[in-house]
Every structure is written in structure tokens, then in C-alpha cells.
Design a protein. Structure first.
Length: 203
């Protein structure tokens, strides 16, 4: 299936396959980065959907670290672009999401997107096309605010292009710091990405 994207004149411009939609916000699609190169035949769908080595490496490190630090009877960690839908025609993909296990299991484990807000979301860069946002920061702020408004308690966002981490909590001051800063994820659980990376490389 495909979406008919129209110009302001109302004329059909081109059909974009739904597989190229990365996220949806109030019925407005957010496409994968370089989706237009898939349409022109320059890239395959798999190429734009895939993670960079660094992005995948960081996510794997964090996912490997978290289970040893949290109460696994109380919390459940989902990854691999876990879908979270909190309103009609509105959903976001999450790199790492920490859920209250009891709440998520009550919803049921099935082939649908989660409707239960995660306790914490951890993002690493993005695969979204940013043309309509102007830059990454505008997209980052919008997605973070959407997640907090939907009930997520904390969003932690690591960016590889500047080695920064943004921490956002509803009702609190958002801040940006460096990878070598120790972040309180939740329940006094600490995460220092720089230390994780150095330990992995040394080992």
C-alpha cells in the first residue's frame, strides 16, 4: 500500500509506500531518512531502515547493561524500535523503552504497538527524515515533548554527532551534557555511556 502525497494545489505528486513511514504524528507521516532516494532507486528500503554501526553498538551496550541494574521482576526492557501508540494515527518508534512490567503485561503481549507509556525512553540519534524540521534539534524536541505529554516519565537522548546526551523530565528543567557525565536513569540507577564504551573497547 502507498500514500498519495499531494501538493498545495491538490494534485497528486507521487505515491509513497507505507513501508517508508518511520513514525506518525496526528495523521502526518514522518518518513525514514533518505526515503526519497528509495523512491528514485538510489537506495533500498533496507538501507534506510538500518542502523549505523555506532548507533547499533551504543544501543546494544545500553541494553546489555540495564538488566543487571534494574529490578527485572518489576520492569521490562523493550528495544528494536519498539512502537508506542498513545492516540489515533499517532505513534513513535523507541530505541530502548523501560516499562512497568505489570502494566504492560496487563495490556497484553501481542503484535500491536504498546499503548502503556514507558517509564523511561532512551534514544540514540534517529532514522527520521529531518527535511521538514530544518534540523535534528527541532525533531528531537518535538518527539521528546510528545512522549512526555503521553505519560513517559523521562526521555534520555544520546547523539553521536556531538557526543552529547539530553535528559528531559516532565515538569523539570531539561538539560544537555556530555557522554562522560553520569546520568540517573531512574530509581537511582546510574548510566555513564563513556565509561561503558571505554570498558568495551579495552576488553
Amino acid at each position: 500500500m502507498a500514500l498519495d502525497i499531494k501538493e498545495k494545489s491538490g494534485k497528486k505528486r507521487r505515491r509513497i509506500p507505507k513501508e517508508l513511514i518511520y513514525e506518525m504524528r496526528h495523521g502526518s507521516p514522518i518518513y525514514y531518512r533518505d526515503y526519497d532516494k528509495v523512491l528514485s532507486g538510489e537506495k533500498t528500503l533496507e538501507e534506510v531502515m538500518g542502523s549505523s554501526k555506532l548507533q547499533a553498538f551504543i544501543i546494544a551496550l545500553i541494553v546489555g547493561y540495564l538488566p543487571s541494574k534494574i529490578n527485572n521482576n518489576k520492569y521490562l526492557i523493550l528495544t528494536n524500535e519498539a512502537g508506542f501508540q498513545w492516540a489515533p494515527r499517532t505513534w513513535r518508534n523507541l530505541d530502548i523503552a523501560i516499562f512497568d512490567k505489570k502494566k504492560l503485561l496487563k495490556e497484553g503481549i501481542n503484535d500491536k504497538y504498546a499503548k502503556t507509556p514507558p517509564e523511561v525512553v532512551i534514544e540514540v540519534d534517529t532514522k527520521a527524515d529531518l527535511k521538514k524540521y530544518g534540523d535534528f534539534m527541532n525533531y528531537q524536541r518535538e518527539k521528546t515533548q510528545d512522549l512526555l505529554n503521553a505519560g513517559v516519565k523521562k526521555v534520555i537522548w544520546y547523539t553521536t554527532f556531538d557526543k552529547k546526551v539530553m535528559v528531559a523530565e516532565k515538569g523539570k528543567r531539561w538539560f544537555i551534557t556530555d557522554w562522560d557525565d553520569t546520568i540517573n536513569v531512574f530509581d537511582n540507577m546510574k548510566l555513564n555511556l563513556n565509561e561503558l564504551l571505554e570498558k568495551e573497547i579495552q576488553d
